[in-house]
Design a protein around this ligand. Structure first.
Ligand SMILES: [Zn+2]
Length: 127
């Protein structure tokens, strides 16, 4: 089994699309935390980043907004029941910068070949 990505320090997905990289983590209560990372992928300091999420069915999406709690961004609400739904994350490195749009599938299944859930999978298996 080949690791093709680095794991997040808390077991979440590393968002390599943004600098500094951020960790996207779903907590046990299905809320989202977004945590800034240092160059060696350790939890770092928030420097004004903001985020918002649209997830699920286009006709009735779940919209999350985030507030800073210490050095994490935490979502206002939790994901509703369900698995395997599309997610669009808009990330801004500061309130007035252009957003970076990141899309992936929110999948809470255990990956069969690495130690992470599918949304945070670090191996190269075929889904
Ligand atoms: Zn995997």
């Amino acid at each position: 089994m080949k690791h093709v990505k680095d794991p997040g320090p808390n077991g979440g997905r590393v968002l390599t699309e943004v600098e500094p990289h951020m960790e996207f983590l779903v907590t046990k209560d299905r809320k989202v935390q977004i945590i800034p990372l240092t160059e060696d992928l350790k939890p770092g300091k928030l420097t004004g980043q903001t985020a918002s999420i649209m997830a699920g069915d286009r006709t009735s999406p779940t919209k999350m907004s985030f507030t800073a709690d210490g050095d994490k961004l935490v979502s206002d609400i939790a994901f509703p029941e369900g698995d395997d739904f599309p997610l669009v994350l808009q990330h801004r490195s500061s309130a007035d910068s252009k957003p970076t749009t990141i899309k992936f599938t929110m999948n809470f299944t255990d990956c069969p070949t690495c130690d992470y859930l599918e949304y945070a999978c670090i191996c190269d298996h075929e889904h």
